[in-house]
Design a protein around this ligand. Sequence first.
Ligand code: NAD
Length: 381
Amino acid sequence: MAQNQEATVVFGVVNETSETESRVALTPDIVTRLKRSAVSCIIESGAGIAAEYTDEDYEKAGAKVADRATVLAEADALGFVDRPSAEIVASLKPGQWVIGMLGSFTDADYITALEQAGLVGIGIEKLPRKLSSAQSMDEMTSQNSVMGYKAAIAAADAYGSFLPMMTTAAGTIRPAKALVLGAGIAGLQAIGTLRRLGAVVTAYDVRPASQGEVESLGAKFLDLGLDFSKGQGEGGYARALTAEEQAQQQAAVDEKAAGFDIIITTAKVPGRKPPVLLTAAGVNGLHRGAVVVDCAASELGGNVEGSAVGEQVTEGGVKLIGAPYLASGVATTASNLLSRNVADILVHFIRDGKLSQDLSEELDNALVVAGRAEAPAEKTE
Ligand code: NAD
C-alpha cells in the first residue's frame, strides 16, 4: 500500500460522518510533520473544509487528495475524530489499523466488529495519561481543554445579561455568578475563560486536590459540607461515588445551585456513565434566564437530569444546553491539536518502517483494543 520508496506507511483520513462534527483528524502542518517520519498522507477531498483546511492546503503540504474509496483502499492506518461507522468498517480490509476514540469502555460489540473485520483498533480512550511519553498523544486533554473554553463562550452567548460588572450612565449591572461542577481539564479551562469574561466564579470537584487548582485561578471552591476526602480514585481520577454519597451530593448541589446564573458541568469518571450532579429539582430551583451547559451530556445521560444533546428550555425558562460536541465549534484549533495527538500515536506504532505492536510495552498494551498480536511469553528464569 505504500505510495513511494521514502514513505513506508500510508495514513488516511476521510470525512467525519456525524453532522455535528466539524473537526478533522489530520491538518496540513501535521502532513509535513509525518513526512519526516516516513509517513505519507492521503485525505478525502473536502474532509478538512469544515475546519477551514482546503484540499489545496493539504496538497501543498504534500498529501494526496482522493475520493473516499481510494483513501479507504490505500491507507495502512486511518485516523478518526470519532470512530469509523459500520459502513466504513465493512469496507476496510483485514490488517488495516484504525485510530480514534473507539468507545472500548462502553461498547464491547463495536470492538468485536473490528476484531471480526480483522482490523487493528487503537482506542485513544485507553491512553495511560500519567505516562510522560504519552502526553503529546493525549486527545482527551487537548479536546477537553477546547471544550471547557467553548462551554464558557456558549454560556455567555445564551445568557441574557453581561458577565462582567458594568457601570453605565443608566446604572450598575452586577457581574454574573457562575458555578463550574467538575474541575478537571475542561472545568479549569471553563473557570479561566469565565473569569476572563468577568464572571464571579465558584467551582466544585470531588477530588480534594482540585481545591488548590480552583483557587489558583481566582475562583472560590464550593463547600458542600460533605466529606469526600477519598474522592480520588486510581491514577489521580475521581472514583465513582456510592449511591448514598451521590444522593447526598445531589441534594447539596441542588440547594447551592439556586443562586447561580450560569452553571457548567464537566464531571466524568473514566469508563463509566457520567454522574448526575444536578437533578431536575435543582434545575427547577434556578431562576428564569439561568443557563446550564452540560458538557457530559451523552446517550448514557449527563451531569444534569433532563439534559439532552442539543438545547432545550425548561418550563421555568432555564436554558439547558447538552453540549458534548463543543470542541467541534473551535474546529480549526481543535483539529490541529487532535491531529498532533493522533499522529504521535501513529508514529509510536511504526517500527522498522512498519506498523507493529509490542504488547510488552505499557502504551501498546493499553491502546491496542482490537486485533491484538500474541502477548509475549512470560520470561522464565
Ligand atoms: P475527567 O474528564 O475524567 O473528569 C472531569 C472532572 O470531573 C475531574 O476533575 C473529576 O474529578 C470530576 N468529577 C468526577 N466525578 C465527580 C463528582 N461526582 N462530583 C464532582 N466532580 C466530579 O478528568 P480530566 O479532566 O481529564 O482529568 C482529571 C485529573 O487528571 C486532573 O487532575 C488532571 O490534571 C489529571 N490529568 C493528568 C494527566 C497527566 O498527568 N498527564 C493527564 C490528564 C489529566
